[in-house]
Design a binder for this molecule. Structure first.
Ligand SMILES: *Cc1c(COP(=O)(O)O)cnc(C)c1O
Length: 360
């Protein structure tokens, strides 16, 4: 069996050329006589891998010099805790609840301070992004937190919230490197790489230098102390070496594709193929308010659970994998990250048309 079209929400599809390159270097990485998996993280060869990865990421995202880039572990879920631990000086933070990941981050932050939910779209099953132009931002909030792209529900902040001068912290796990962003608008940008960049196990944290603190409470675990991690160049302990190596290859792949501007054009075209079909289909419909649609995660339903299940099963048999919606939402979800080729979405739409014909 050949490779399938993999619409998984994460871990997700990676560029085939990257996998092939990794395969070629698997047994002997560039004359070192060993795999990157077998290499000391203190070796010159690995130092070059991590340095190049950081330089390419800085280049791609246009990250200013006064921001640090950290390659960490623990999943985005660990950083639901490390964000408040590192950033709460007043012990206050405001959260915008646009889905399960935002909610989990909010619940975790409550362990560390006074946390306010200043907006939410829970009233309509997170199918939209609330108006964030004039929110009741707390006077003494250390930061305002968003989950920028809501992986499960398929919404995205096309416009950032007005934080009224407070630091913006964003979980970008499922939209990392999908389009250009203005790093300077954020205090912290972070996310797991297993959605849009690389293998599970790597977290990237981009943090403005002045937010790194010497005076963290002693109870903050060293591994979660962003200042320590920054001072040690992400090498306080053994980092997720192989994952960082693959991320570095994906950064180069994106650069070869023309960078984030080109990625955005590519992603918009790809998403439009699916959304345009959904908008005219008599069987399938999108579940999200049009203005807030994600370019990365596209949930849709037929309105009939049995038909949804039939679709998912037939799609799988035809080589379209992982189209089942998140267990909390049901229906279907096509995650169409950077590495999903245009052809994958075109073929999926063809298949959906055929299914619609057969199930009138
Ligand atoms: C997947 C996901 C997470 C959770 O990531 P883990 O690495 O499993 O902890 C958090 N936030 C968003 C937006 C996600 O898509």
């Amino acid at each position: 069996m050949g490779r399938v079209y993999n619409f998984s929400a994460g871990p997700a599809v990676l560029p085939e050329v990257v996998l092939k390159e990794a395969q070629e270097e698997m047994l002997d990485y560039r004359g070192t006589g060993m795999s990157v998996m077998e290499m000391s993280h203190r070796s010159a060869a690995f130092q070059q891998i991590i340095d190049e990865a950081e330089a390419d990421l800085r280049d791609l995202m246009n990250i200013p010099d006064n921001y640090k880039v950290l390659f960490l572990q623990g999943g985005a879920s660990l950083h639901f805790a490390s964000i408040p631990m590192n950033l709460m000086k007043n012990g206050v933070a405001d959260y915008i609840i646009t889905g399960q990941w935002a909610k989990k981050a909010y619940e975790e932050a409550k362990k560390y301070g006074k946390v306010n939910a200043i907006a939410s779209s829970a009233d309509e099953t997170f199918s939209y992004i609330p108006d964030c132009s004039d929110l009741p931002v707390s006077e003494d909030a250390d930061y305002v937190y968003i989950c920028q792209n809501n992986t499960i529900y398929g919404t995205v902040f096309h416009e950032l919230p007005n934080t009224k001068g407070k630091e913006l912290v964003a979980d970008v796990s499922s939209c990392f490197l999908s389009e250009p962003i203005d790093v300077e608008k954020y205090g912290v940008i972070y996310g797991g790489v297993q959605k849009n960049i690389g293998p599970a196990g790597v977290q990237i944290v981009i943090i403005r230098e002045d937010l790194l603190r010497e005076d963290l409470p002693k109870t903050v675990p060293t591994m979660m102390n962003f200042k320590v991690q920054a001072d040690k160049g992400s090498l306080y302990n053994t980092p997720p070496c192989y994952g960082i190596y693959i991320c570095g290859k994906v950064f180069k792949w994106i650069k070869n594709m023309g960078g984030l501007e080109a990625m955005k054009v590519h992603n918009e075209k790809k998403a439009a193929i699916l959304y345009d079909f959904l908008d005219q289909s008599k069987l399938f419909k999108g579940t999200v308010r049009k203005e807030d649609r994600s370019l990365m995660n596209v949930p849709f339903v037929t309105g009939d659970k049995e038909l949804d299940a039939k679709f998912v099963a037939e799609a799988k048999a035809a080589g379209f994998e992982n189209l089942k919606g998140h267990r909390s939402v049901g229906g279907m979800r096509a995650s169409i990250y950077n590495a999903m080729p245009m052809e994958g979405v075109e073929k999926l739409v063809e298949f959906m048309k055929k299914f619609e014909e057969e199930n009138k």
